[in-house]
Design a binder for this molecule. Structure first.
Ligand code: UDP
Length: 368
């Protein structure tokens, strides 16, 4: 069969590879001038540092199959994300762990003491947290919420934390030990040569053609037996029900020498600081050596029509526009909507790959 795909990110790479191996002919259209979507990496021309051009991407998963899959195409080297946060004039360790708690409150609590201490500060009148703020107040109390989450979340989402779902805070663990690993998954690492190389390897198959700088439009779909669409869901339907809201990011490059901030990711939780975080990319490749250093300040803002969409904005209120698009997508024949933009979900890379594998299995059952 002739398969058309919109987008050369992880979703279409994984699906395209599987269908190419099944003997189908896959043509991928990518509106940007490069592969790998927002996990694109490239070497900084001045320092040689491998840069995550669209912000930090750390691969972590609990899924054996997904981990085996990515390791088939690239060697992954050990990397553990240990984030730091500057707030109220001091630096702390994130996610909130025993060191964060003891340093913030000036205590020397043991794990069980810290648990009891935080439980005292938690707002137990909130039985079922209905939003981000309630989730924070219920589980960590007001001081830690205001120090680490309120300002950052308002900057990141441009909304009140009461409008943001509790699930966003649940991405971050709270630990009553000194484990400062940002993720709790069994597998974590970085592709040795970056994500662009990983995606190149996945797409390296004689049955796959990629056209960069070339967007697929719905009107061209009849050239294919089936289309996988990883572009924005609303763009597929020419925004007929209105625009889905996203956050976009602006990056401001800083050049330095040696080790400028001492870690890969430093969050800035105070609202008086306009950026959300600074990333020093050389720390993502600890096996490399570079004299110069490339850092980016990251700013979040509402995504305009010509901006790159990063984060879909899910609010606690029902999204009627999204529902209309989802309904239209269900009815659309010959198209499968995939990925972060195609399904309007806040997806980590491993979940994106898992969803792509599942889309392949579904497609094979139906058409294979
Ligand atoms: N968050 C926060 N303060 C922090 C880090 C995260 O308030 O220092 C909140 C914020 O709302 C963010 C969410 O937790 O959007 C999820 O954080 P994560 O680090 O997973 O975000 P990502 O790296 O995907 O942007």
């Amino acid at each position: 069969m002739k398969i058309g795909m919109a987008g050369a990110g992880l979703s279409c790479a994984v699906i395209g590879r599987a269908l190419a191996e099944d003997g189908h002919h896959v043509t991928i259209f990518e509106s940007r001038s490069h592969l790998a979507g927002n996990c694109y990496t490239e070497r900084d021309s001045e320092t040689g540092v491998l840069v995550h051009s669209y912000g930090p991407h750390i691969f972590h998963t609990d899924d054996d199959e997904v981990w085996a899959y990515v390791n088939r195409f690239s060697r992954f080297l050990p990397y553990v994300n240990r984030v730091k946060a500057t707030t109220q004039g001091r630096v702390f360790s994130l996610p909130i762990n025993l060191l964060t708690i003891n340093q913030y409150f000036g205590t020397t609590l043991s794990p069980s003491e810290a648990q009891a201490f935080i439980a005292e500060r938690a707002d137990k009148s909130i039985k079922e947290p209905a939003n981000f703020e309630e989730q924070a107040l219920r589980f960590i109390g007001r001081e830690l919420y205001e120090a680490f989450f309120r300002g950052y979340t308002r900057k990141q989402w441009g909304r009140e934390p009461t409008e943001i779902p509790a699930s966003i805070l649940k991405r971050l663990p709270v630990r009553f030990n000194y484990d400062d690993n940002y993720f709790s998954h069994r597998y974590q690492g970085m592709p040795e040569h970056g994500y662009t190389h990983l995606v190149e390897q996945i797409l390296d198959h004689p049955n796959i053609d990629v056209h960069l700088d070339n967007a697929l439009h719905r009107s061209q779909m009849d050239r294919f037996d089936h289309v996988f669409w990883s572009g924005p869901l609303d763009a597929y339907f020419d925004h007929q029900f209105g625009r889905l809201e996203y956050r976009t990011l602006d990056f401001e490059r800083i050049h330095g020498e040696g080790d400028v901030q001492g870690c890969a990711v430093m969050n800035y939780c105070d609202e008086s600081v306009p950026w959300t975080r600074i990333t020093e990319h050389k720390h993502f490749s600890p096996w490399e050596e570079h004299e110069g250093s490339t850092l980016f300040r990251e700013y979040s803002r509402a995504c305009g029509e010509n901006d790159i969409a990063y984060y879909p904005i899910h609010l606690t209120t029902a999204d009627t526009v999204l529902k209309r698009y989802q309904e239209a997508a269900r009815k659309e024949e010959g198209v499968t909507f995939v990925g972060r933009l195609g399904t309007y979900r806040y997806l980590d890379m491993d979940v994106t790959i898992r969803a792509a594998m599942d889309a392949v299995a579904d497609w094979r059952t139906q058409y294979g």
